[in-house]
Design a protein around this ligand. Structure first.
Ligand code: FAD
Length: 349
């Protein structure tokens, strides 16, 4: 149809764009290579626990996003978390205090994309590998050489390096814009335990999340770990056994792309061991693994009011949204997709 839109990528940006079009009664179909929508907000279901291995929580600054998050909160899909944030530096474990309100999906981070996916037509397990422009509109070609179309417009809501590969035959200017946004890699590990973690002297037994500051005398690439959360201390997950999510420092991830996942998980857990108070040892994990996000975090930051265009469009019916066009957070990705969806809805006959 003349007003149909395809969205490639059902992460938070693609979903927000899809919802904006859907609420304006415009036909939209999303495609995602994953088994479920969510992208970098997804959770992994292990035998012993559900672990978030992308975003651990998100903050809210924009008023439109705040209204949406309140709706999710009222419906029980998100809760504020963590209640307390710890920080470890040379002086040891200390409470980190600020007035940022942080949220998490309940009972797992993927509750947020699941909520956003409601009512949308989403084709999963389908990787779009090529776009073709024909007389009747845009066609998408997937990994099985199956064709999907025609669509009047195509929104590309995937990390910029992957978007560039789809655009290169069609839009040199947009391809170049994508190539200018670097998306840095990040290793994330999990460790499950049969027993509760030992008490840490001077730290609440129910500590939830800790940020690790790099040692002053060490290069960031030599310091593996930046953030650790306890999944069983997240809202709605108290029934599951103890498990940690361990996020690597970006510099360390860049320097260790070729390591195998098991070695990464061991090193991140060992790095956590090293920052525990003296004499405290962790039990042996019952399950340990790691995932490499090749495109985890864009090197762009929203410059407050100066940012007025957090998506890109061509005159040929192609458009781009995602965190790479605004900043490295869940909120940035949602705003980018939402704003693009509103703009597309406004100019369709
Ligand atoms: P994505 O979530 O990457 O969505 C893109 C989607 O496109 C994916 O679902 C993917 O499967 C799909 N896709 C890709 N290529 C194709 C293709 N060719 N065909 C079909 N589908 C395709 N943000 C915060 O606010 N707070 C945090 O604490 C935080 N921590 C993070 C920790 C980690 C380890 C990572 C990786 C990210 C973190 N972020 C955090 C960032 C946040 O998760 C992202 O900014 C946000 O989720 C990006 O959403 P997106 O929709 O732009 O992209």
């Amino acid at each position: 149809p003349h007003d149909s839109t395809a969205i490639i990528g059902a992460g938070i940006a693609g979903l927000a764009c899809g919802q904006a079009l859907h609420s304006a009664d415009q036909p939209v179909r999303l495609f995602d290579k994953g088994r479920a929508p969510g992208g970098r907000m997804s959770s992994r279901r292990l035998p012993a626990a559900v672990v978030d291995h992308g975003a651990q929580f998100f903050s809210v600054r924009d008023s439109a996003f705040r209204r949406r998050v309140r709706d999710w909160q009222d419906a029980g899909h998100v809760a504020t978390w963590p209640d307390t944030l710890w920080q470890v530096d040379e002086k040891g474990w200390q409470r980190h205090r600020d007035d940022v309100e942080r949220f998490i999906g309940t009972p797992s981070m993927s509750a947020v994309p699941r909520r956003l996916a409601e009512g949308l037509d989403i084709v999963t397990a389908t990787r779009i590998e090529r776009l073709a422009s024909r007389d009747d509109g845009w066609w998408l070609l997937d990994q099985h050489q199956q064709q999907h179309g025609p669509f009047a417009r195509v929104v590309i809501a995937i990390p910029t390096p992957q978007a560039a590969a789809l655009l290169v035959d069609h839009e040199p200017a947009l391809t170049e814009a994508c190539e200018a946004v670097i998306q840095r890699p990040c290793w994330t590990a999990w460790a499950c335990f049969d027993a509760p973690l030992p008490s840490l002297p001077g730290v609440d037994d129910d500590w939830q999340a800790v940020r690790l500051d790099p040692g002053q005398d060490r290069a960031p690439a030599a310091d593996p770990l930046r953030f650790v959360t306890r999944n069983d201390h997240k809202p709605g997950r108290h029934e599951q056994g103890e498990s940690l999510s361990l996020l690597a420092r970006l510099e360390w991830s860049e320097a260790n792309l070729a390591l195998d996942a098991e070695a990464v998980a061991r090193q991140l857990l060992e790095a956590f061991h090293e920052c525990l108070p003296k004499g405290v040892t962790l039990p042996e994990p019952s399950d340990l693994g790691a995932h490499l996000w090749r495109y985890a975090q864009p090197n762009v930051f929203a410059a407050g009011e100066a940012v007025n265009l957090d998506y890109r469009r061509s005159s040929t019916g192609l458009a781009l949204c995602g965190d790479g066009w605004r900043g490295p957070r869940v909120e940035d990705a949602w705003l980018s997709g939402h704003h693009l969806g509103e703009a597309l809805a406004a100019d369709t006959p």
